[in-house]
Design a binder for this molecule. Structure first.
Ligand code: SF4
Length: 338
């Protein structure tokens, strides 16, 4: 069965943007592939972050993923920093990665413009991504268009390492992109992509009251000043969300009622709110069950890390050997405390 690696940053609670944009795809892929899904906390610290909340955000992300349908019995779900081989391989791969290629990355250019002093972590981010993928000999990586460039660099790093250390073999097979249908979910402000940091989201675990409180003031077609003003659903984010949450006949009614000024925007949002509440109810229920059993999520993540490490340790044993390191004669032990 082909192997997939994919990562998600520990931003805390999932919202409907990353659910529709990525997690639903992960749930589908787990049926047909050997999937490793990783909460990439080491990537997350390349941006400014709060150390006091990182662990809790990581845990919350795991709860959200499992509640949303990621099945730990089927996939390997784990936290990146629980498998130290990621950082070891990253260091080794930096030795074959041209700095010029890293500086060419669009994300590096964007991010480095926003800070006065550029941390090396931002520059080396794609090398860690290459290590994530190559460590598990992943065949496929689900990528949106914004990640295609990074994956191409992974493939180049892979070729360079193989040429230098592969002893005429393709030790690392070049991972291929599994292009996913780009779903760019706009935030409730109608201005930017849905993002927790912009406060324009609906959380996957929000209560019905919270969902309505967020949808009520959400941006619509500004032409609809009063109920009598016809609108254009094609420029309204509420209509876009209806397409994800409502059946086709409701979507058609929304367009007709909007264009013909047959209802107000609040009526339209109420219908959408009820659809979202119904769609998220089973996820909230599963999350509540997980939260009620302390230790269960930690246990799932520990098992995931064990499974991932079994592959990672074997890869690193071969990598060290091919790169010529002196193998330790026995596992080193920390000195006993006196
Ligand atoms: S009626 Fe619905 S689709 Fe039309 S502008 Fe209002 S919220 Fe948007």
């Amino acid at each position: 069965m082909p192997r997939i690696f994919s990562g998600i940053q520990p931003s805390g609670e999932l919202h409907i943007g990353n659910w529709l944009g990525a997690v639903q795809n992960w749930v589908n892929l787990q049926q047909s592939y050997d999937c490793l899904y990783c909460i990439v906390d080491l990537h997350a610290i390349t941006n400014k972050y709060d150390p006091a909340t990182l662990a809790e955000r990581t845990r919350e992300m795991a709860v959200g993923l499992i509640a949303a349908g990621i099945d730990p019995e089927r996939v390997t779900l784990f936290v990146q920093s629980h498998v130290p081989e990621h950082t070891e391989l990253q260091w080794l791969l930096t030795t074959v990665t041209p700095v010029g290629e890293l500086e060419r990355m669009t994300q590096f250019k964007d991010k480095s413009q926003r800070v006065e002093s550029v941390p090396a972590g931002i520059l080396n981010y794609p090398v860690l991504m290459a290590a994530d993928i190559l460590l598990y000999h992943a065949d496929l990586v689900p990528v949106g268009e914004d990640q295609v460039q990074h994956l191409e660099l992974t493939r180049e790093i892979c070729r360079k390492w193989n040429a230098e250390f592969g002893r005429g073999e393709e030790f690392f097979a070049e991972p291929k992109p599994l292009l996913t249908q780009a779903r760019r979910i706009m935030g409730l402000d109608g201005q930017a992509k849905m993002s927790k940091s912009l406060g324009n989201t609906i959380g996957l675990l929000d209560t019905p009251e919270e969902i309505w409180a967020k949808l009520r003031p959400a941006m619509t077609d500004p032409a609809r000043v009063t109920r009598k003003d016809p609108g254009n659903p094609d420029i309204c984010n509420i209509y876009s969300l209806h397409k994800y949450f409502s059946p086709p006949e409701t979507v058609a009614t929304v367009a007709e009622n909007c264009r013909g000024a047959k209802w107000g925007c609040l009526d339209c949002k109420r219908v959408l709110a009820d659809r979202i509440i119904a769609a998220l109810a089973p996820i909230r229920e599963r999350a509540a069950e997980l939260q009620a059993r302390p230790g269960q999520v930690e246990e799932i993540l520990a098992e995931g890390a064990d499974k991932a490490r079994r592959i990672a340790v074997e890869t690193m044993r071969e990598v060290r050997e091919r790169m010529g390191f002196l193998a330790p004669t026995r596992a080193s032990q920390p000195a006993a405390k006196r």
